[in-house]
Design a protein around this ligand. Structure first.
Ligand code: TYD
Length: 146
């Protein structure tokens, strides 16, 4: 994990609580509104990333707030708030990245053993997605003028 500061808006690092049962495993613990700064209404995972050229994400959300973890393997996530861009290497299962609202994100470079875990503060709502980058720029720029 590159521990450089997150400069993009509506993001940041989140640390899971760890319980090290070495050599019998390591627990990572997420408690809503305690070490996890959101309510958790939905949890989803992504695994079986066998295509080296996979690209995921490529969207922003109008309202949804999520926290993304790489609980096995590694991948890269590019964050873009419309003004600043930053790429973070995800390779520490205990450290998540906040995907706040209005944050364009793209994931790539998945190791084949990669397992992604996402905590979300709402149910799946297709209408909350912004799937065009041009539309995203218009949305954030229009918004900040108000
Ligand atoms: P998407 O969020 O676009 O995946 P990623 O950000 O990893 O690229 O989700 C891909 C599709 O999966 C989406 O178009 C619909 C479906 N989906 C659900 O039905 N419910 C969910 O909670 C999620 C996350 C996705």
């Amino acid at each position: 994990m590159n521990k450089k500061k997150i400069r993009v808006k509506n993001s940041g690092f989140v640390k899971l609580q760890n319980f090290n049962d070495f050599p019998d495993g390591l627990l990572g613990i997420a408690e809503a509104k305690k070490n996890i700064p959101i309510e958790i209404k939905r949890v989803y995972f992504i695994n079986k990333l066998f295509n080296q050229k996979s690209k995921r994400g490529h969207h922003a959300h109008k309202k949804l707030e999520q926290i993304i973890f790489c609980i096995n393997g590694n991948f890269k996530i590019k964050l873009d708030d419309g003004a600043n861009q930053q790429t973070i290497l995800m390779n520490d299962p205990s450290v998540g990245v906040i995907l706040g609202k209005e944050l364009w994100h793209e994931m790539s470079g998945f190791s084949s053993d990669c397992v992604i875990l996402v905590l979300a503060n709402d149910y799946f709502v297709e209408n909350d997605y912004i799937r065009s980058y041009d539309e995203f720029l218009k949305y954030v720029r229009g918004h900040h003028k108000k």
